[in-house]
Design a protein around this ligand. Structure first.
Ligand code: RM4
Ligand code: MN
Length: 381
């Protein structure tokens, strides 16, 4: 049963993970990096080819702007993958210096809203059912703008997007504690995102980006709560050591990832209605292996969470056996699930070690040789 559940797992990789990225100090270019969305999707298809559980790739508009999204979706299908969430971008235009949908100027708000609606058009063209909304909106100084009025403007924009969604489509509202705004962030936490989504209805849900919390925040509590309310739309998985570093999921705190997956499974969220997405960048490590490793980290945490003996746990909890209950959880966490996953991969017709299989495949040498000239993709391209 555990293997069956793992076989059905779906982890979405982000198109931007395959492009160049860096910090605000330096972007280190890498050989073989995609020059366009078609090549990004080709790389994402490699992650699926070797893991078998990453069949969709998220797009980011306008970084992945193409003439025909239907053609891009066709290209993806030919390579054995599909288009996942459409990520909007209302944070890289001079007009958005003071905000996008919360900007004091109605003309800027209208421009931002038009972009969000264009993203829904792209969902229609690609068959994607999920729009991911993240706003960099906020203020840097007390008094800079009216905090409450900005919430009103946000609510208005969200409601217009909501009205535009078709049957079977939804949006996921993402929160982030701070950055790039440092005084007020307009969607800083799950409570704010949740309140806006509750007002709108079932097509509006919250997405939990694991990197977007204050240090020490109990993310699995948020997950349990949102699931209970039917408002957990999905995850942007990544790791952070200090702020929003976008490092590989499961690298900084694999135990936290296990605790999150334990709540997801217990709360009935281990279904295709929860989007398990990676939101990462690989600044100094190679990108495709970085994604493969990340997918494997999520699989390992999931396998351990599935292993928890829930009957024994419930019995210990009923008996008030604090140490016993904790031991049940830790037994699962301390189990080495790598042999189980290797076995599962072989049953799925895959190599038991995706990292080694990718390295042996020669794909990297091929893209490094082929992808010469042109502009490498990166933030803003
Ligand atoms: C944001 C947020 C979004 C992602 C962008 C690139 O911080 O995490 O999900 O699309 O970064
Ligand atoms: Mn994110």
């Amino acid at each position: 049963m555990i293997k069956e559940a793992l076989r059905k797992q779906r982890i979405e990789t982000p198109s931007w993970a395959y492009g160049n990225s860096g910090t605000r100090f330096k972007v280190f270019a890498q050989p073989g990096v995609p020059r366009d969305p078609y090549e990004k999707i080709a790389d994402a298809a490699q992650v699926h080819r070797f893991t078998g559980v990453a069949p969709t790739v998220a797009l980011h508009i306008p970084w992945d702007k193409v003439d025909s999204y239907a053609d891009l979706a066709r290209h993806a299908a030919e390579l054995g993958v599909g288009i996942g969430a459409i990520n909007s971008n209302v944070f890289q235009d001079d007009d958005y210096k003071l905000g996008s949908v919360t900007h004091p100027d109605p003309a800027v708000r209208a421009k931002a809203l038009a972009h969000l609606l264009e993203c829904v058009d792209i969902m229609d063209e690609t068959g994607s059912d999920t729009l991911k909304l993240w706003f960099s909106d906020g203020t840097n100084y007390p008094g800079q703008d009216d905090i409450r009025a900005r919430q009103d403007r946000l609510a208005e924009a969200l409601s217009s997007v909501y009205e535009r969604l078709g049957d079977g489509q939804r949006f996921l509202l993402e929160y982030k504690l701070f950055e790039p705004a440092f005084y007020v962030t307009d969607v800083p936490d799950w409570g704010t995102a949740y309140a806006h989504c509750v007002r709108l209805g079932p097509k509006a849900q919250v997405v939990v980006d694991t990197g977007h919390h204050a240090p020490g925040t109990n993310i699995e509590f948020i997950v349990a709560f949102l699931l209970r309310e039917g408002k957990l739309g999905g995850f942007d998985f990544n790791s952070r050591f200090y702020a929003d570093d976008d490092l590989m999921v499961g690298a900084a705190d694999p135990f936290q990832l296990f605790r999150i997956m334990f709540e997801v499974i217990g709360g009935g969220g281990y279904t295709e209605r929860t989007a398990f997405m990676l939101d990462q960048c690989h600044n100094i490590e190679p990108k495709i292996p970085g994604q493969i490793r990340s997918v494997m980290n999520v699989q390992e945490a999931t396998a351990k969470a599935l292993l928890v003996d829930r009957d024994a746990l419930a019995a210990a909890q009923r008996a008030g056996d604090v140490l016993g209950a904790n031991a049940v959880l830790m037994d699962a966490y301390n189990t080495d699930v790598r042999p189980l996953l290797a076995e599962l991969r072989e049953e799925m017709g895959l190599a038991p070690d995706p990292m080694a299989a990718y390295a042996k495949s020669g794909y990297f040498a091929k893209i490094a040789a082929d992808r010469v000239g042109g502009n490498q993709a990166g933030w803003g391209a």
